[in-house]
Design a protein around this ligand. Structure first.
Ligand code: Z5A
Length: 222
């Protein structure tokens, strides 16, 4: 029998530039300050294989990768991360904060690239062994605003370099994921709560922690 799962898997999702990395870092700092055992991770990456896949997928904006191969690479990185890092951490009672998970594959590869949802869903289940997040915080920001923020960093990576139509489809998909109907139809994604990401970093952190404190007051209240 699989060992009992004692930790929490908290995912932060949203379009590029929405502030996911910023909020994952802030949540980790909060958890660290409270003496809570925690682990901050991102996708793709987090393992030697995952970091190698990350380079292949993102670094070269001119690299051409077919849509199915792209999906398979994101999912391979996920499989490695879940098996080697996330599951053992949850079994040790760690709060895992994860910057992107399989909601991103639904947004970018299913809705953005047009791959069939059922097949991507089945591959994801194989990769995660049906691990479901305890909560996903979905940072809500328009793709234009997010891209403006991300552009302040300099050059665009391979995914950011895909045309605006692609990013608008991704943005619309993320909006749909916050609806009750979509979540009912996708129980494998766990509960998803949208948080407005248009305010300051402090505002977004406060809203995110309010959501978390409503569910886990012993960890996040105060
Ligand atoms: N992808 C996929 O296609 N399929 C998948 O299954 C998975 C991923 C898992 C990963 O890129 C790419 O892979 C991503 C989706 C795709 N590509 N796209 N396009 P990544 O990990 O390198 O990057 P990202 O996930 O898109 O993150 P990002 O661009 O770094 O955005 P972010 O993490 O949401 O934002 P940030 O780094 O926290 O903040 C961006 C800037 O805004 C930064 O200068 C901050 O200081 C600033 N910021 C943050 N919050 C605020 C607020 N509240 N106000 C003002 N400014 C702010």
């Amino acid at each position: 029998m699989a060992p009992a799962r004692r930790g929490l898997l908290l995912v932060v999702e949203g379009p590029e530039g929405a502030g996911k990395s910023t909020q994952v870092k802030r949540l980790s700092a909060w958890l660290g300050g409270r003496g809570q055992r925690h682990l901050e991770l991102r996708e793709p990456g987090g393992t030697p294989l995952g970091e190698r896949i990350r380079e292949i997928l993102l670094d070269d904006p001119t690299r051409e990768i077919s849509a199915p191969a792209e999906a398979a690479l994101f999912i391979a990185s996920r499989a490695e991360l879940v098996e080697r890092i996330v599951r053992p951490a949850l079994e040790r009672g760690t709060v895992v904060t994860l910057d992107r998970f399989f909601l991103s594959t639904y947004a970018y590869q299913v809705h953005g690239r047009g791959l069939p949802e059922d097949e991507v869903r089945a591959a994801n289940m194989l990769a995660t062994g049906r691990l479901t997040p305890d909560l996903t915080i979905l940072l809500r920001l328009s793709s234009e605003e997010g891209m403006k923020r991300a552009d302040r960093r300099g050059i665009r990576d391979r995914m950011e370099s895909v045309g605006d139509g692609f990013h608008r489809r991704v943005e619309q998909a993320f909006q749909r994921f916050a609806t009750v109907e979509w979540q009912h139809a996708h129980p494998e994604c766990g509960p998803i709560v949208a948080v407005d990401a248009g305010g300051s970093e402090d505002d977004v952190e406060r809203s995110s922690r309010e959501v978390l404190a409503g569910r886990w007051p012993d960890i996040f209240a105060g």
